[in-house]
Design a protein around this ligand. Structure first.
Ligand code: NAP
Length: 458
C-alpha cells in the first residue's frame, strides 16, 4: 500500500479561502517536498481575499504582495477553484470526501458590533461595508453612502479606521490614479464631508494604528490633523507604558501626535480630529444619523492591560455619518465548529477542535484561526505553523475515498456552479488592467460576479 504524500498516493489538500493565509499555507506545503496537490477554493471568482477587497486602494505597495501569490499559484500542484462557496455549493462533508485534509483560511468577513442604541440608523455603517464598497467587492458594490453631511465620525483607532478616514479625507486627485472603484470615485467627488472625527475609547499610548498610517495624515493635500494638546496628557499607567523601552510602537505614534498638536491652526479644506478616551454610547437621529453621544472615559488597570471605563460625563456631537471600525469577526461555515464568543474556529495550533478533540485532517489558518490581528506578513509564520502540524499528522491521515478533482468539478457543474480556474482569473486580471489603462489606473475591477463570468464565457 502506498503512503500519502508519495508519487503513488499524492496528498490531496483543499484550502478554503484564497487570501494571504491560504497562499502562505500552500507555499509551506509545496516547500515540504511531499508529493501533493493543493486545490484552493474561493466563493468569489477572483483570488487574494483582503489584498484585493480590503487593502486601501491608495496603498498599492501592500497589494504588490500578490506577485508572491502568483508564484505560488504557478506550482504545478496548485489549482484555483473560484466561484465555489463551501457550505452552500459543496458541503464540508462532501469536501472532506475529496481531500485527505482541508485547511480553512476564510478570514474574518464581518464586524464586531458596538451594541448601542441607534447603531442601525441609516447613515451608520460598518467599516467592512465602506471598505468593500470603495474596493469594488461584489457584496458591497451596491451599498449607498450619503456623503452629503459635513461631519463624519469613525469609531475605533485601528488601521482600518485610518483607511476609512483617509479615503474620506483625500482629494479626488489623490485617489484618481488608484484602483478605487469608479462608482466610489464618482460618489466621493460629490462628498461634502469636511470634518472627520476619529474616536478612540482609550488614550494615545494605546492607539492601535501604526506609524506610517498616522504620519500620512500630516501629509494630505487638503486635510489637516487636529488634536487638543490636553488629550495627549497621560495618566501614570499610560506614561509607564510609553516609557517601556520595548514599546516603540506607542513612542513613535505619540511623537507624531505631539507634533500634530503643535502645528499652526488648520488651514486646509478638511480636518481630521483625533479624539481619545471617548466611547460612543448612542447614535441619535430622526430616521437617519444626526448625532453621536460620547461618554468620557478614564483608564483602569495595570500598564498594558488598561481598560476604558465610562465616567458618566457625556456630550453630543452633531454628525451625519458614522463608520464603526471596531474589529472584524469570522463567519461560521456550516459543518465546521465555531466559537461564537471569539468569532473564530476553535483550534489548537491550527488543528481544528471538534467535541473537545482534534478533528483529523481539518485545520485553520489566518484570521479564522487566531482572530483579526496583524498585518499581511503576520500570516506567513501563522500558516507555516499550521502546515507543520498538518505535515506531522500525514502518517496518521486516512486517504480520502474520492481522489479525482475532475469528478468534483463535474459535481459542481451538475449543480449549476461555474468553477473559475487560475487561468480564468488571469483573463479577468488582464481585462481589468486593460479597463484601467484608459483612466490612468492600475486596474478597473469588475465588481459584479456576473460580469466576471460573462467575460469568461463570452
Ligand atoms: P484593530 O487594530 O484591532 O482596531 C480595532 C479598534 O477598535 C481599536 O482601536 C479598539 O480599541 C477599537 N474598539 C474595539 N471595540 C470597541 C468598542 N466597543 N468601542 C470603541 N472602540 C472599540 O482592528 P482593525 O482596525 O479592524 O484592523 C484589523 C487588523 O488589520 C489589524 O491588525 C490592522 O493593523 C490590520 N490592518 C493593517 C493595515 C496596514 O497595514 N496598512 C490596514 C488595515 C488593517 P481598543 O484598543 O481599546 O481595543
Amino acid at each position: 500500500m502506498s503512503t500519502l504524500g508519495t508519487a503513488g498516493l499524492p496528498l490531496r489538500v483543499a484550502i478554503v479561502g484564497s487570501g494571504p493565509s491560504g497562499f502562505y499555507a500552500a507555499e509551506a506545503l509545496f516547500k515540504s517536498g511531499l508529493n501533493l496537490s493543493v486545490d484552493m477554493f474561493d466563493r468569489l471568482p477572483v483570488p487574494f481575499g483582503l489584498v484585493r477587497g480590503g487593502v486601501a486602494p491608495d496603498h498599492p505597495k501592500i497589494k504588490s504582495v500578490t506577485r508572491v501569490y502568483d508564484k505560488i499559484a504557478a506550482n504545478p500542484g496548485y489549482a484555483f477553484l473560484g466561484n465555489v462557496t463551501i457550505g452552500r455549493d459543496l458541503s464540508v462533508d462532501e469536501l472532506s470526501r475529496f481531500y485527505d485534509c482541508v485547511i480553512f483560511a476564510s478570514g474574518a468577513e464581518t464586524d464586531n458590533r458596538l451594541g448601542i442604541p441607534g447603531e442601525d440608523l441609516p447613515g451608520s455603517h460598518t467599516a467592512t461595508e465602506f471598505v468593500g464598497w470603495y474596493n469594488g467587492h461584489p457584496d458591497y458594490r451596491d451599498r449607498v453612502f450619503d456623503l452629503s453631511s459635513e461631519v463624519a465620525a469613525v469609531v475605533g483607532q485601528g488601521n482600518v479606521a485610518m483607511d476609512v478616514s483617509r479615503i474620506l479625507a483625500k482629494t479626488i486627485d489623490e485617489l484618481r490614479s488608484t484602483d478605487i472603484a469608479e462608482y466610489a470615485l464618482d460618489a466621493l467627488a460629490e462628498s461634502k464631508v469636511k470634518e472627520i472625527h476619529l474616536i478612540g475609547r482609550r488614550g494615545p499610548v494605546q492607539a492601535k494604528f501604526t506609524l506610517a498610517e498616522i504620519k500620512e495624515f500630516g501629509e494630505l493635500v487638503a486635510c489637516d490633523p487636529v488634536i487638543d494638546p490636553v488629550s495627549l496628557q497621560l495618566d501614570t499607567a499610560s506614561q509607564a507604558e510609553l516609557d517601556n523601552p520595548d514599546n516603540q510602537h506607542s513612542q513613535k505614534n505619540v511623537a507624531v501626535l505631539r507634533a500634530f498638536a503643535e502645528r499652526a491652526a488648520p488651514s486646509k479644506a478638511k480636518r481630521f480630529h483625533i479624539h481619545f478616551l471617548e466611547s460612543p454610547v448612542e447614535i441619535r437621529g430622526n430616521g437617519k444619523v444626526e448625532s453621536l453621544v460620547l461618554e468620557r472615559n478614564r483608564l483602569e488597570g495595570e500598564p498594558f492591560k488598561l481598560r476604558a471605563v465610562g465616567t458618566g460625563e457625556k456630550h453630543e456631537m452633531p454628525c451625519g455619518l458614522v463608520f464603526r471600525s471596531v474589529g472584524y469577526r469570522g463567519v461560521p461555515i456550516p459543518g465546521v465548529p465555531f466559537d461564537e464568543r471569539k468569532g473564530r474556529i476553535p483550534n489548537d495550533d491550527g488543528r481544528i477542535i471538534i467535541d473537545g478533540a482534534p478533528w483529523a485532517g481539518h485545520y485553520a489558518v489566518g484570521w479564522i484561526k487566531r482572530g483579526p490581528s496583524g498585518v499581511i506578513g503576520t500570516n506567513k509564520p501563522d500558516s507555516q505553523a499550521t502546515a507543520a502540524a498538518l505535515l506531522a499528522d500525514v502518517p496518521s491521515l486516512s486517504p480520502s475515498p474520492e481522489r479525482d478533482t475532475n469528478a468534483l468539478l463535474s459535481l459542481l457543474r451538475s449543480r449549476g456552479v461555474r468553477p473559475v480556474s487560475f487561468a480564468d482569473w488571469q483573463r479577468i486580471d488582464a481585462a481589468e488592467i486593460e479597463r484601467g489603462k484608459a483612466k490612468g489606473k492600475p486596474r478597473e475591477k469588475f465588481s459584479r460576479v456576473e460580469d466576471m463570468l460573462a467575460l469568461l464565457d463570452a
